[in-house]
Design a binder for this molecule. Sequence first.
Ligand code: HEM
Length: 416
Amino acid sequence: MTAAIGSSEHTEAEDIVRELITAPPQDPYPLYTRLREIDPIHRASVGDFWTLTRYADLSAAVKDKRFLRDPVDMQRRHIKNATINYDSPFFQSMVNWFVFSNPPEYVPKRAIYGSAFSRTYVETLRPMMVGFANDLLDAAQQRGEMEIVKQLGFDLTVRVISHVMGVPLEDSHLLVDYVAMVGGTFDPMVTPGWRQKADEETIKLEPFLRDLIAKARKNPGDNLLGRLITLDETGELNEDELMANIPLVFAAGLQTTTHFIGNSVYSFMRNPDQWALFLTDPDGLVENAVEELLRYETSVLSEAPLRFASEDIEIGGVTIGKGEAIVPFYGAVNHDPDRYEDPQRLNILREDIRTLAFGGGLHICLGQFIARLETQVALVQLAKRFPQVHLREGEAPVWHKQITNRSVEELHVRLS
Ligand code: HEM
Protein backbone atom coordinates (compact mmCIF):
# COMPACT_ATOMS: atom_id res chain seq x y z
CA MET A 1 0.00 0.00 0.00
CA THR A 2 0.99 3.58 -0.52
CA ALA A 3 -0.43 6.56 1.37
CA ALA A 4 -3.13 8.44 -0.56
CA ILE A 5 -2.09 11.83 -1.84
CA GLY A 6 -3.48 14.45 0.52
CA SER A 7 -3.61 12.08 3.51
CA SER A 8 -1.72 13.05 6.66
CA GLU A 9 0.66 10.09 6.15
CA HIS A 10 1.44 11.21 2.61
CA THR A 11 2.09 14.78 3.73
CA GLU A 12 4.32 13.66 6.58
CA ALA A 13 6.20 11.25 4.30
CA GLU A 14 6.68 14.06 1.79
CA ASP A 15 8.15 16.27 4.54
CA ILE A 16 10.52 13.47 5.57
CA VAL A 17 11.81 12.91 2.04
CA ARG A 18 12.19 16.66 1.54
CA GLU A 19 14.20 16.88 4.78
CA LEU A 20 16.37 13.92 3.79
CA ILE A 21 17.11 15.54 0.45
CA THR A 22 17.41 19.21 1.29
CA ALA A 23 18.65 19.20 4.90
CA PRO A 24 19.89 15.72 5.76
CA PRO A 25 20.35 15.34 9.51
CA GLN A 26 23.41 13.90 11.29
CA ASP A 27 21.37 10.77 12.00
CA PRO A 28 18.86 9.90 9.26
CA TYR A 29 17.83 6.57 10.79
CA PRO A 30 14.85 7.86 12.85
CA LEU A 31 13.47 9.47 9.67
CA TYR A 32 13.87 6.22 7.75
CA THR A 33 12.02 4.37 10.50
CA ARG A 34 9.12 6.78 10.42
CA LEU A 35 8.96 6.79 6.61
CA ARG A 36 8.95 3.00 6.51
CA GLU A 37 6.14 2.95 9.08
CA ILE A 38 3.83 5.47 7.45
CA ASP A 39 4.50 5.08 3.71
CA PRO A 40 7.06 2.41 2.83
CA ILE A 41 6.58 2.92 -0.90
CA HIS A 42 6.22 6.65 -1.16
CA ARG A 43 5.53 8.70 -4.29
CA ALA A 44 7.88 11.62 -3.59
CA SER A 45 6.83 14.60 -5.64
CA VAL A 46 9.75 16.62 -4.28
CA GLY A 47 12.06 14.67 -6.56
CA ASP A 48 9.67 12.90 -8.94
CA PHE A 49 10.36 9.31 -7.87
CA TRP A 50 9.21 6.55 -5.53
CA THR A 51 11.22 5.85 -2.38
CA LEU A 52 11.62 2.25 -1.15
CA THR A 53 12.40 1.59 2.52
CA ARG A 54 11.46 -2.08 3.05
CA TYR A 55 13.93 -4.93 2.51
CA ALA A 56 11.40 -7.17 0.74
CA ASP A 57 10.37 -4.44 -1.72
CA LEU A 58 13.91 -3.46 -2.60
CA SER A 59 14.98 -7.06 -2.93
CA ALA A 60 12.19 -7.60 -5.48
CA ALA A 61 12.86 -4.33 -7.32
CA VAL A 62 16.60 -4.78 -7.85
CA LYS A 63 16.02 -8.20 -9.40
CA ASP A 64 13.28 -6.97 -11.72
CA LYS A 65 14.75 -6.61 -15.20
CA ARG A 66 11.87 -4.40 -16.30
CA PHE A 67 13.53 -1.51 -14.47
CA LEU A 68 15.94 0.10 -16.92
CA ARG A 69 18.52 2.89 -16.87
CA ASP A 70 18.56 6.14 -18.76
CA PRO A 71 20.94 9.01 -17.94
CA VAL A 72 18.68 11.66 -19.48
CA ASP A 73 15.73 10.49 -17.43
CA MET A 74 17.84 10.40 -14.27
CA GLN A 75 19.12 13.95 -14.73
CA ARG A 76 15.65 15.27 -15.41
CA ARG A 77 14.31 13.77 -12.19
CA HIS A 78 17.07 15.18 -10.01
CA ILE A 79 15.33 18.49 -9.82
CA LYS A 80 12.06 18.78 -11.60
CA ASN A 81 12.13 21.07 -14.62
CA ALA A 82 15.89 21.61 -14.36
CA THR A 83 17.48 22.62 -17.62
CA ILE A 84 20.03 20.12 -18.77
CA ASN A 85 22.80 20.98 -21.16
CA TYR A 86 23.17 17.76 -23.08
CA ASP A 87 26.26 19.11 -24.86
CA SER A 88 28.18 19.74 -21.63
CA PRO A 89 31.48 17.84 -21.31
CA PHE A 90 30.38 16.03 -18.17
CA PHE A 91 27.07 14.90 -19.64
CA GLN A 92 28.76 13.79 -22.86
CA SER A 93 31.16 11.69 -20.82
CA MET A 94 28.45 10.36 -18.51
CA VAL A 95 26.34 8.91 -21.32
CA ASN A 96 29.28 6.61 -22.05
CA TRP A 97 29.31 5.15 -18.54
CA PHE A 98 28.64 1.44 -18.90
CA VAL A 99 26.35 1.57 -15.86
CA PHE A 100 23.75 3.42 -17.93
CA SER A 101 23.47 0.76 -20.59
CA ASN A 102 20.76 -1.88 -20.57
CA PRO A 103 20.67 -5.48 -21.71
CA PRO A 104 21.61 -6.78 -24.15
CA GLU A 105 24.46 -4.21 -24.57
CA TYR A 106 25.06 -3.97 -20.82
CA VAL A 107 25.92 -7.63 -20.25
CA PRO A 108 29.22 -7.91 -22.21
CA LYS A 109 30.30 -4.46 -21.04
CA ARG A 110 29.75 -5.37 -17.41
CA ALA A 111 31.68 -8.62 -17.96
CA ILE A 112 34.70 -6.65 -19.17
CA TYR A 113 34.86 -4.53 -16.01
CA GLY A 114 33.75 -7.42 -13.84
CA SER A 115 36.87 -9.41 -14.77
CA ALA A 116 38.98 -6.93 -12.79
CA PHE A 117 36.79 -7.25 -9.72
CA SER A 118 35.86 -10.93 -9.55
CA ARG A 119 36.04 -12.67 -6.18
CA THR A 120 38.86 -14.93 -7.40
CA TYR A 121 40.98 -12.09 -8.76
CA VAL A 122 40.38 -9.90 -5.72
CA GLU A 123 41.55 -12.69 -3.43
CA THR A 124 44.97 -12.60 -5.14
CA LEU A 125 45.31 -9.01 -3.94
CA ARG A 126 45.09 -9.98 -0.27
CA PRO A 127 48.86 -10.09 0.49
CA MET A 128 49.33 -6.72 -1.19
CA MET A 129 46.46 -5.22 0.81
CA VAL A 130 47.87 -6.60 4.06
CA GLY A 131 51.23 -5.04 3.15
CA PHE A 132 49.64 -1.65 2.43
CA ALA A 133 47.63 -1.74 5.66
CA ASN A 134 50.69 -2.61 7.71
CA ASP A 135 52.76 0.17 6.13
CA LEU A 136 50.06 2.65 7.11
CA LEU A 137 49.83 1.23 10.63
CA ASP A 138 53.64 1.29 10.99
CA ALA A 139 53.62 5.01 10.22
CA ALA A 140 50.81 5.55 12.69
CA GLN A 141 52.55 3.53 15.41
CA GLN A 142 55.34 6.08 15.52
CA ARG A 143 52.79 8.84 16.10
CA GLY A 144 50.76 6.79 18.60
CA GLU A 145 47.57 7.97 16.93
CA MET A 146 45.77 7.87 13.62
CA GLU A 147 43.03 9.69 11.75
CA ILE A 148 41.27 6.59 10.45
CA VAL A 149 39.28 8.04 7.53
CA LYS A 150 42.26 9.56 5.74
CA GLN A 151 45.25 7.66 7.07
CA LEU A 152 43.75 4.18 6.87
CA GLY A 153 40.52 4.31 4.82
CA PHE A 154 41.62 6.65 2.05
CA ASP A 155 45.31 5.80 1.94
CA LEU A 156 44.58 2.08 1.70
CA THR A 157 41.77 2.45 -0.84
CA VAL A 158 43.61 4.81 -3.15
CA ARG A 159 46.58 2.43 -3.29
CA VAL A 160 44.41 -0.59 -4.05
CA ILE A 161 42.18 1.03 -6.67
CA SER A 162 45.15 2.69 -8.40
CA HIS A 163 46.93 -0.66 -8.59
CA VAL A 164 43.88 -2.53 -9.91
CA MET A 165 43.15 0.07 -12.54
CA GLY A 166 46.72 0.75 -13.65
CA VAL A 167 46.89 4.38 -12.54
CA PRO A 168 50.30 5.43 -11.15
CA LEU A 169 49.81 6.31 -7.47
CA GLU A 170 51.65 9.60 -7.94
CA ASP A 171 49.03 10.65 -10.54
CA SER A 172 46.01 9.45 -8.59
CA HIS A 173 45.41 12.91 -7.07
CA LEU A 174 44.13 14.07 -10.47
CA LEU A 175 41.38 11.48 -10.33
CA VAL A 176 40.76 12.24 -6.67
CA ASP A 177 39.79 15.84 -7.58
CA TYR A 178 37.36 14.45 -10.14
CA VAL A 179 35.92 12.00 -7.60
CA ALA A 180 35.22 14.81 -5.15
CA MET A 181 33.00 16.39 -7.77
CA VAL A 182 31.30 13.38 -9.32
CA GLY A 183 29.61 12.24 -6.11
CA GLY A 184 27.82 15.57 -5.88
CA THR A 185 26.27 15.21 -9.31
CA PHE A 186 24.32 12.24 -7.97
CA ASP A 187 22.77 14.31 -5.22
CA PRO A 188 19.12 15.05 -6.03
CA MET A 189 19.78 18.67 -5.09
CA VAL A 190 22.65 19.07 -7.54
CA THR A 191 22.94 22.74 -8.48
CA PRO A 192 23.91 24.36 -11.81
CA GLY A 193 27.13 25.52 -10.10
CA TRP A 194 27.96 21.95 -9.23
CA ARG A 195 27.30 20.83 -12.78
CA GLN A 196 29.70 23.52 -13.96
CA LYS A 197 32.37 22.16 -11.64
CA ALA A 198 31.71 18.73 -13.10
CA ASP A 199 32.39 20.13 -16.56
CA GLU A 200 35.60 21.82 -15.39
CA GLU A 201 36.94 18.65 -13.79
CA THR A 202 36.02 16.58 -16.86
CA ILE A 203 37.94 18.97 -19.11
CA LYS A 204 40.88 19.10 -16.68
CA LEU A 205 41.17 15.33 -16.64
CA GLU A 206 41.17 14.84 -20.40
CA PRO A 207 44.89 15.35 -21.20
CA PHE A 208 45.90 13.11 -18.31
CA LEU A 209 43.57 10.32 -19.44
CA ARG A 210 44.66 10.55 -23.08
CA ASP A 211 48.28 10.31 -21.99
CA LEU A 212 47.53 7.39 -19.64
CA ILE A 213 45.74 5.52 -22.42
CA ALA A 214 48.50 6.27 -24.95
CA LYS A 215 51.16 4.93 -22.57
CA ALA A 216 49.09 1.83 -21.84
CA ARG A 217 48.66 1.22 -25.57
CA LYS A 218 52.44 1.05 -25.96
CA ASN A 219 52.88 -1.09 -22.90
CA PRO A 220 49.63 -2.61 -21.60
CA GLY A 221 50.07 -3.74 -17.99
CA ASP A 222 48.39 -6.59 -16.15
CA ASN A 223 45.60 -4.39 -14.85
CA LEU A 224 42.13 -3.18 -15.81
CA LEU A 225 43.45 -0.47 -18.12
CA GLY A 226 45.70 -2.96 -19.90
CA ARG A 227 42.75 -5.29 -20.48
CA LEU A 228 40.50 -2.47 -21.65
CA ILE A 229 43.14 -1.34 -24.13
CA THR A 230 43.32 -4.81 -25.63
CA LEU A 231 39.54 -4.81 -26.01
CA ASP A 232 39.65 -1.35 -27.55
CA GLU A 233 42.05 -2.64 -30.16
CA THR A 234 39.67 -5.46 -31.07
CA GLY A 235 36.89 -2.90 -31.46
CA GLU A 236 34.86 -3.96 -28.44
CA LEU A 237 35.29 -0.56 -26.79
CA ASN A 238 36.11 2.85 -28.16
CA GLU A 239 38.30 5.66 -26.86
CA ASP A 240 35.33 7.71 -25.61
CA GLU A 241 34.14 4.78 -23.52
CA LEU A 242 37.61 4.30 -22.08
CA MET A 243 37.92 8.00 -21.25
CA ALA A 244 34.56 7.96 -19.49
CA ASN A 245 34.69 4.67 -17.61
CA ILE A 246 38.18 4.82 -16.11
CA PRO A 247 37.28 7.80 -13.90
CA LEU A 248 33.80 6.39 -13.25
CA VAL A 249 35.12 3.13 -11.80
CA PHE A 250 37.83 4.95 -9.85
CA ALA A 251 35.19 7.31 -8.43
CA ALA A 252 32.73 4.54 -7.57
CA GLY A 253 35.39 2.67 -5.63
CA LEU A 254 37.25 5.39 -3.78
CA GLN A 255 34.92 7.30 -1.50
CA THR A 256 32.52 4.43 -0.81
CA THR A 257 35.23 2.16 0.58
CA THR A 258 37.20 4.93 2.30
CA HIS A 259 34.08 5.90 4.18
CA PHE A 260 32.97 2.37 4.90
CA ILE A 261 36.30 1.66 6.61
CA GLY A 262 35.83 4.83 8.69
CA ASN A 263 32.24 3.91 9.54
CA SER A 264 33.26 0.38 10.50
CA VAL A 265 36.00 1.45 12.91
CA TYR A 266 33.69 4.04 14.42
CA SER A 267 30.92 1.45 14.81
CA PHE A 268 33.29 -0.75 16.77
CA MET A 269 34.42 2.18 18.93
CA ARG A 270 30.76 2.92 19.74
CA ASN A 271 30.13 -0.75 20.57
CA PRO A 272 33.11 -1.79 22.71
CA ASP A 273 31.48 -5.14 23.57
CA GLN A 274 31.52 -6.02 19.85
CA TRP A 275 35.15 -4.92 19.50
CA ALA A 276 36.07 -7.08 22.50
CA LEU A 277 34.26 -10.00 20.88
CA PHE A 278 36.01 -9.35 17.55
CA LEU A 279 39.40 -9.38 19.29
CA THR A 280 38.83 -12.96 20.44
CA ASP A 281 39.23 -14.20 16.85
CA PRO A 282 39.63 -11.44 14.23
CA ASP A 283 40.46 -13.83 11.36
CA GLY A 284 37.53 -16.09 12.09
CA LEU A 285 34.95 -13.39 12.79
CA VAL A 286 35.82 -10.78 10.21
CA GLU A 287 33.77 -12.00 7.25
CA ASN A 288 30.49 -11.95 9.10
CA ALA A 289 31.47 -8.80 10.99
CA VAL A 290 31.85 -6.90 7.72
CA GLU A 291 28.45 -8.13 6.47
CA GLU A 292 26.92 -6.88 9.70
CA LEU A 293 28.76 -3.56 9.47
CA LEU A 294 27.43 -3.12 5.93
CA ARG A 295 23.98 -3.53 7.40
CA TYR A 296 24.56 -1.45 10.50
CA GLU A 297 26.43 1.53 9.04
CA THR A 298 26.90 1.38 5.27
CA SER A 299 28.52 4.26 3.40
CA VAL A 300 25.88 4.36 0.62
CA LEU A 301 22.50 5.41 1.98
CA SER A 302 20.68 5.98 -1.29
CA GLU A 303 21.30 6.79 -4.93
CA ALA A 304 19.96 8.87 -7.78
CA PRO A 305 16.73 7.74 -9.53
CA LEU A 306 18.67 5.30 -11.68
CA ARG A 307 15.93 2.73 -12.29
CA PHE A 308 12.85 3.59 -14.28
CA ALA A 309 9.95 1.28 -15.07
CA SER A 310 9.78 0.20 -18.72
CA GLU A 311 6.18 -0.93 -18.08
CA ASP A 312 3.78 -0.91 -15.11
CA ILE A 313 5.49 -2.90 -12.35
CA GLU A 314 3.93 -4.02 -9.09
CA ILE A 315 6.15 -3.83 -6.02
CA GLY A 316 4.78 -4.63 -2.57
CA GLY A 317 1.20 -4.16 -3.74
CA VAL A 318 1.89 -0.76 -5.37
CA THR A 319 2.02 -0.13 -9.10
CA ILE A 320 5.06 1.80 -10.24
CA GLY A 321 3.72 3.24 -13.46
CA LYS A 322 5.50 2.94 -16.78
CA GLY A 323 8.11 5.72 -17.01
CA GLU A 324 8.30 6.31 -13.25
CA ALA A 325 11.53 5.87 -11.27
CA ILE A 326 12.50 4.37 -7.92
CA VAL A 327 15.13 5.40 -5.37
CA PRO A 328 16.35 2.75 -2.91
CA PHE A 329 16.95 3.98 0.61
CA TYR A 330 19.58 1.37 1.44
CA GLY A 331 20.04 2.77 4.95
CA ALA A 332 16.34 2.22 5.71
CA VAL A 333 16.27 -1.25 4.18
CA ASN A 334 19.28 -2.31 6.25
CA HIS A 335 17.38 -1.48 9.43
CA ASP A 336 14.02 -2.98 8.47
CA PRO A 337 12.67 -4.76 11.60
CA ASP A 338 10.63 -7.13 9.42
CA ARG A 339 13.90 -8.49 8.07
CA TYR A 340 16.36 -7.97 10.93
CA GLU A 341 15.64 -8.56 14.59
CA ASP A 342 16.71 -5.65 16.78
CA PRO A 343 18.05 -3.79 13.73
CA GLN A 344 19.59 -0.85 15.62
CA ARG A 345 21.98 -3.21 17.40
CA LEU A 346 25.41 -4.14 16.05
CA ASN A 347 25.75 -7.90 16.38
CA ILE A 348 28.72 -9.32 14.52
CA LEU A 349 27.40 -12.85 15.07
CA ARG A 350 24.08 -12.08 13.34
CA GLU A 351 23.09 -14.84 10.93
CA ASP A 352 21.56 -14.81 7.45
CA ILE A 353 22.33 -11.16 6.67
CA ARG A 354 22.11 -11.31 2.84
CA THR A 355 22.95 -7.65 2.55
CA LEU A 356 21.36 -5.28 0.05
CA ALA A 357 24.01 -2.65 0.83
CA PHE A 358 25.56 -3.36 -2.59
CA GLY A 359 22.22 -3.28 -4.39
CA GLY A 360 21.36 -6.38 -6.37
CA GLY A 361 20.41 -7.94 -9.67
CA LEU A 362 22.29 -7.10 -12.85
CA HIS A 363 23.66 -3.83 -11.51
CA ILE A 364 24.91 -5.16 -8.19
CA CYS A 365 27.99 -3.24 -7.06
CA LEU A 366 30.94 -3.99 -9.33
CA GLY A 367 33.40 -3.55 -6.47
CA GLN A 368 31.63 -5.57 -3.77
CA PHE A 369 34.42 -8.13 -3.30
CA ILE A 370 37.22 -5.60 -3.24
CA ALA A 371 35.32 -3.37 -0.81
CA ARG A 372 34.67 -6.30 1.50
CA LEU A 373 38.23 -7.59 1.41
CA GLU A 374 39.81 -4.17 1.94
CA THR A 375 37.62 -3.54 4.97
CA GLN A 376 38.29 -7.02 6.33
CA VAL A 377 42.04 -6.51 5.97
CA ALA A 378 41.92 -3.06 7.58
CA LEU A 379 39.93 -4.32 10.58
CA VAL A 380 41.98 -7.48 11.12
CA GLN A 381 45.30 -5.65 10.96
CA LEU A 382 44.05 -2.93 13.27
CA ALA A 383 42.78 -5.53 15.75
CA LYS A 384 45.99 -7.56 15.70
CA ARG A 385 48.34 -4.61 15.90
CA PHE A 386 46.37 -2.26 18.14
CA PRO A 387 43.72 -4.10 20.14
CA GLN A 388 43.61 -1.22 22.63
CA VAL A 389 42.63 1.33 19.95
CA HIS A 390 40.15 3.90 21.26
CA LEU A 391 38.68 7.26 20.33
CA ARG A 392 40.81 10.27 21.23
CA GLU A 393 39.56 11.75 24.51
CA GLY A 394 36.73 14.22 24.09
CA GLU A 395 36.37 13.23 20.45
CA ALA A 396 32.82 13.31 19.05
CA PRO A 397 33.09 12.55 15.36
CA VAL A 398 30.79 14.54 13.08
CA TRP A 399 28.81 12.90 10.30
CA HIS A 400 28.73 14.45 6.84
CA LYS A 401 25.16 15.50 6.19
CA GLN A 402 24.34 13.91 2.86
CA ILE A 403 21.41 12.12 1.27
CA THR A 404 23.46 9.57 -0.66
CA ASN A 405 26.65 8.92 1.31
CA ARG A 406 27.24 8.37 5.00
CA SER A 407 30.62 9.05 6.53
CA VAL A 408 32.32 10.54 9.53
CA GLU A 409 34.41 13.55 8.59
CA GLU A 410 37.38 12.59 10.76
CA LEU A 411 37.98 9.78 13.21
CA HIS A 412 40.94 10.37 15.52
CA VAL A 413 42.01 7.37 17.55
CA ARG A 414 44.79 6.60 20.00
CA LEU A 415 46.52 3.35 19.28
CA SER A 416 47.29 2.24 22.82
C1 HEM B 1 31.64 -0.35 0.92
C2 HEM B 1 31.85 0.09 -0.29
C3 HEM B 1 30.79 0.16 -1.35
C4 HEM B 1 29.44 0.27 -1.23
C5 HEM B 1 28.60 0.36 0.05
C6 HEM B 1 28.89 0.29 -2.58
C7 HEM B 1 27.55 0.36 -2.88
C8 HEM B 1 27.03 0.31 -4.16
C9 HEM B 1 25.63 0.33 -4.47
C10 HEM B 1 24.51 0.42 -3.46
C11 HEM B 1 25.51 0.27 -5.81
C12 HEM B 1 24.21 0.26 -6.62
C13 HEM B 1 23.90 -1.14 -7.06
C14 HEM B 1 22.56 -1.27 -7.72
O1 HEM B 1 22.10 -0.28 -8.34
O2 HEM B 1 21.94 -2.34 -7.60
C15 HEM B 1 26.85 0.22 -6.36
C16 HEM B 1 27.14 0.16 -7.71
C17 HEM B 1 28.41 0.23 -8.21
N1 HEM B 1 29.59 0.20 -7.51
FE1 HEM B 1 29.76 0.08 -5.51
N2 HEM B 1 29.93 0.20 -3.47
C18 HEM B 1 31.10 0.10 -2.78
C19 HEM B 1 32.38 -0.05 -3.31
C20 HEM B 1 32.68 -0.06 -4.64
C21 HEM B 1 33.99 -0.27 -5.21
C22 HEM B 1 35.26 -0.57 -4.42
C23 HEM B 1 33.87 -0.15 -6.57
C24 HEM B 1 34.88 -0.26 -7.66
C25 HEM B 1 36.06 -0.52 -7.62
C26 HEM B 1 32.47 0.09 -6.85
C27 HEM B 1 31.96 0.26 -8.12
C28 HEM B 1 30.61 0.29 -8.40
C29 HEM B 1 30.09 0.40 -9.77
C30 HEM B 1 30.89 0.57 -11.04
C31 HEM B 1 28.70 0.34 -9.64
C32 HEM B 1 27.68 0.37 -10.76
C33 HEM B 1 27.40 -1.05 -11.21
C34 HEM B 1 26.45 -1.15 -12.36
O3 HEM B 1 25.52 -0.35 -12.46
O4 HEM B 1 26.66 -2.04 -13.18
N3 HEM B 1 31.79 0.13 -5.67
N4 HEM B 1 27.76 0.22 -5.33
